[in-house]
Design a protein around this ligand. Structure first.
Ligand SMILES: O=P(O)(O)OC[C@H]1O[C@H](OP(=O)(O)OP(=O)(O)O)[C@H](O)[C@@H]1O
Ligand code: HPA
Ligand SMILES: [Mg+2]
Length: 165
């Protein structure tokens, strides 16, 4: 397993600010979104923030499990699909929300379920960018984003001692 070269750790504060910035960008589009489809599990957190900011009360999930380490993504399994009600018109005025898009594979699978929906992610890497309609921050492909819900406080080696990131 090869580790990505750079680390991009995100605090709760920063994630909240970035998810709010995403909500502003979506608000500026002047669409009256009728539902959010959030991609579990990472999409649950920005979906909560966006639903609050844009007053979107209808929240659906699509549950996708992918099995990947830092360098590769394995098989993907759809554990729970999107309801017929939301899929009915191809996802017109539906917002798909995820925390990030990396290779774009997760986004491509969900977009295929809702071809007319708008795809929003807080962060995007270059390979996944073509799958995303609106995002806030792009990080390089060789960067790993560390989300606050995956983190705890630990000692950090000084950079000069050889830790990278
Ligand atoms: O663009 P991709 O290469 O498909 O990667 C992006 C996906 O990977 C992560 O989810 P993950 O599958 O790790 O599951 P989780 O959200 O349950 O943590 C992230 O939350 C995105 O959904
Ligand atoms: O950079 C990442 N960070 C966390 N989860 C991920 N899943 C795919 N890429 C990433
Ligand atoms: Mg995910």
């Amino acid at each position: 397993m090869s580790l990505p070269e750079k680390a991009f750790p995100v605090s709760w504060d920063q994630f909240h600010r970035d998810a709010r910035a995403l909500a502003w960008r979506l608000a500026d589009q002047g669409v009256e979104w009728k539902a959010i489809v959030c991609i579990t599990r990472g999409g649950l957190v920005p979906a909560a923030i966006i639903s609050r900011e844009l007053n979107i009360r209808m929240i659906e999930t699509v549950c996708v499990a992918s099995y990947h380490d830092y360098s590769s993504q394995g098989q993907m399994e759809v554990i729970k699909a999107i309801s017929e009600e939301i899929r009915a018109d191809g996802g017109e005025r539906v917002l798909i929300v995820d925390d990030l898009t990396d290779t774009g594979k997760t986004a491509a699978i969900v977009r295929a379920m809702l071809p007319k929906a708008h795809f929003a992610a807080v962060y995007a890497k270059p390979k996944g960018r073509p799958q995303v309609d609106t995002f806030v921050t792009e990080v390089s492909q060789d960067t790993w984003i560390y989300f606050p819900w995956d983190m705890g406080f630990t000692y950090q080696e000084p950079i000069a001692k050889g830790s990278r990131g």
